[in-house]
Write a protein that binds this ligand. Structure first.
Ligand code: GLC
Length: 676
């Protein structure tokens, strides 16, 4: 028996598949497993009304996972919903965010196991919320696969799960640089100003994003020529400064006669349809649109090939948006509103009662269940109502892009990330965590979501640094960047109408420069840890609980996480703080960056108050570990990845390195042992 078949048989032993009804095949799991006979272990199953699975928890039991979700690393004590939601109100009370990642690892007494509810529609997780000692998972959907993974530790289970869902997306090296975005840099000159703003202050930068205004009337795969001229020429001009342009692509295709994407989609039946088979109409940024039917392989292929229009102009990265799909209101809502007006209008005047009814009606139209129940997909598995496969929409839009890009240039890595997602999409792209706010609590929210995302396969991740909505302050951005320098996607993004938050807009831009310089010094390490995690199905960000399971304090620490096998990060996330309390589960080296200089302090295991000024970064290297650092550079292209210095008390580090652009990764010669 060769090694791979040994591994396969071990995997079959650890992961088991239980089938309820006739599930829609989501392609989340890429290995084939036999269907188990008998009932789902550990849970009590109730099939009398939908599906309901109940597990008893004791006070000490912990639940990890659920990917993109609010609240803690340990998910106990709240209600979550697996349902891709366009909800910018990311507060503690939000039950679902943009992604639906239904995988959990549960520590129950001295047992630990993983469970993945492969449910493409709404599923509820009541984790010790209604009853303190019960985890209740329920869905109206009676058709789903549930996978149980047994193992000895959370960590081992996650690795098994990751093998089963396939290798995570690998971006190009330049996508690890610092990047700037805003809704919108609406013409060439504002993009040029951003590039100049950064270069004049000597703050490194690798890319600038183009939000919806680069398009002609928000039509996918078009360019507003008046504002951007020849995009190819402009992309070249920017690339000469080592800055890439990364345009947005939205899910909805504008209904407009003469617009080729719209006309081809209608002609070939590539759009989602209403109950009568007519393309479904909904309003998003472009006005009335149709939604490409990404669950139809022909439509997926067709849309994916369109990205070539932009790659032919020198574009090497994209962000896919509004793909839950977001609906402001639908044509059916408008039709119903006309009926309501008729009921309430007296001659030319609307009665107050009519006004209130209409206000209430329109207030509930955005992303409403009625609309998600009103359109259909033509899939190889049959015609499906959207509400039954909702969670797969953004996933398949992004799959379409990835497959199109793969066809265009099979050997090249493109930057690609999406807003909506489902497990399985992690093979095609990364995600950003959508519309957050310039709130201090959102720094902590970002830190806490990272391990859960990694558990579900999403490695290329990051939040809108500085916050998308409301006004960013200088101190908030400095503190947020001090976390952002460690996340694979490092992007500053803001909504229209908010204060400009490019680093050079604030006083003393050199403070920002020093923090972002440190990011570039760390790129060889961050890239290496990313690649190791992707290639071996590992987590890049781990809760302390996974590495120090016997340490009760570490197990409950929710504001520090481990990065790779060597580093612990503990950012400041409160305003006007002079530092923060940090718990060291073992002796570590504190690395302090002050005005670009690094100093090192040995610290004992235990609790410490660590002073950290706004313009400083402090992170920790674990006992007997070392990490590589390079010299700062203005962009990834200029990084000297050969001359690396090792810091920390360890004597060696195994560096993963490659050309950062081709898909020829994972070869033995890409691993190099660096010694002091
Ligand atoms: C959505 C996206 C945001 C983008 C905006 C305009 O809100 O989440 O990132 O800037 O649309 O395209």
């Amino acid at each position: 028996m060769n090694i791979s078949s040994t591994k396969q048989s071990r995997l079959i032993f650890m992961m088991k598949k239980y089938v309820f009804g006739a599930p829609f095949s989501t392609d989340a799991v890429v290995i084939s497993l036999p269907c188990e006979e008998g009932s789902l272990p550990y849970f009590e199953t109730d099939t009398s009304e939908g599906l309901k699975f109940t597990l008893t928890l004791s006070a000490k039991d912990a639940v990890y996972g659920l990917g993109e979700s609010v609240r803690g690393i340990n998910k106990r004590g709240y209600l979550y919903r697996g349902f891709c939601s366009d909800d910018p109100n990311q507060t503690e009370a939000t039950n679902s965010l943009y992604g639906a990642h239904n995988f959990m690892v549960i520590e129950q007494g001295d047992k630990v196991f993983g469970v993945f509810f492969d449910c493409p529609s709404l599923i509820n997780f009541d984790i010790a919320f209604t009853y303190c000692d019960k985890l209740i998972v329920s869905s109206d959907n009676t058709n789903m696969n549930v996978f149980i993974i047994d193992g000895n530790s959370c960590y081992e289970i996650i690795r098994e799960f990751r093998k089963a869902i396939g290798m995570s997306y690998i971006p190009p090296m330049w996508a690890f640089g610092y990047t700037q975005s805003r809704w919108s840099y609406a013409e060439r000159d504002s993009v040029r100003r951003v590039a100049k703003g950064y270069r004049d202050c000597h703050i490194p930068l690798d890319a600038i994003y183009l939000d919806i205004d680069y398009m002609e009337r928000y039509k996918d795969f078009t360019v507003d020529k008046e504002a951007f001229g020849d995009l190819k020429e402009f992309a070249d001009e920017m690339k000469k400064q080592n800055i890439r342009l990364v345009p947005i692509i939205d899910a909805g295709v504008k209904i407009e006669d003469g617009y080729d994407v719209y006309e081809e989609g209608v002609k070939n039946g590539y759009f989602c349809t209403d109950k009568d088979g007519k393309p479904f109409e909904a309003c998003v940024w472009p006005g009335m649109t149709h939604f490409p039917d990404f669950l139809n392989p022909d439509a997926r292929l067709w849309f994916g090939e369109k990205y070539k229009i932009l790659t032919d102009m020198g574009i090497e990265g994209f962000w896919n948006d509004m793909n839950e799909p977001a609906i402001f209101y639908s044509q059916q809502s408008v039709d119903k509103a006309h009926e309501l007006v008729k009921d309430f209008a007296k001659e030319e005047t609307l009665t107050l009662q009519g006004f209130e009814t209409l206000k209430g009606y329109f207030g509930s139209r955005q992303n409403c269940g009625e609309d998600y129940s009103a359109f259909y997909h033509n899939t190889p598995q049959g015609r499906y109502c959207h509400k039954n496969v909702h969670n797969l929409y953004g996933y398949n839009m992004t799959r379409s892009a990835a497959e199109g890009l793969e066809k265009t240039d099979p050997d090249k890595r493109f930057l690609l990330f999406s807003r909506a997602s489902y497990i399985g999409m992690h093979r095609y792209s990364g995600i950003w965590t959508g519309d957050n706010f310039s709130w201090w609590s959102h720094i902590l929210a970002e830190l806490r979501v990272l391990p859960g995302l990694n558990m579900c396969g999403f490695l290329y991740v990051g939040a809108d640094l500085g916050g998308f909505g409301c006004e960013c302050t200088r101190d908030l951005l400095l503190r947020w960047l001090s976390l952002g320098i460690f996340t694979p996607l490092m992007r500053n993004h803001a909504a229209c109408g908010t204060r400009e938050q490019e680093c050079y807009q604030f006083e003393n831009p050199e403070d920002f420069k020093h923090i972002i310089d440190l990011r570039y010094r760390l790129i060889p390490y961050i890239y290496s840890e990313y690649m190791k995690a992707a290639l071996s199905g590992d987590m890049m960000f781990k809760p302390l609980a996974f590495e120090f399971p016997e340490d009760e304090v570490a197990k409950r620490t929710e504001d520090q996480i481990l990065l790779g096998n060597e580093v612990m990060i503990a950012p400041v996330y409160t305003q006007n703080a002079i530092g923060r309390y940090v718990y060291l589960p073992e002796e570590m080296t504190a690395v302090r960056m002050n005005k670009g200089e690094l100093t090192f302090t040995q610290m004992e295991k235990g609790h410490h108050f660590v002073e950290i000024a706004e313009n400083e970064v402090v992170f920790y290297i674990r006992k007997d570990k070392a990490i590589p650092l390079c010299k700062p550079a203005m962009c990834t292209e200029e990084l000297d990845r050969e001359n690396l210095e090792l810091i920390g008390t360890g004597n060696e580090y195994v560096l993963y390195t490659d050309d950062g652009i081709s898909k020829d990764f994972g070869k033995n010669e890409n691993y190099r042992t660096l010694t002091k």
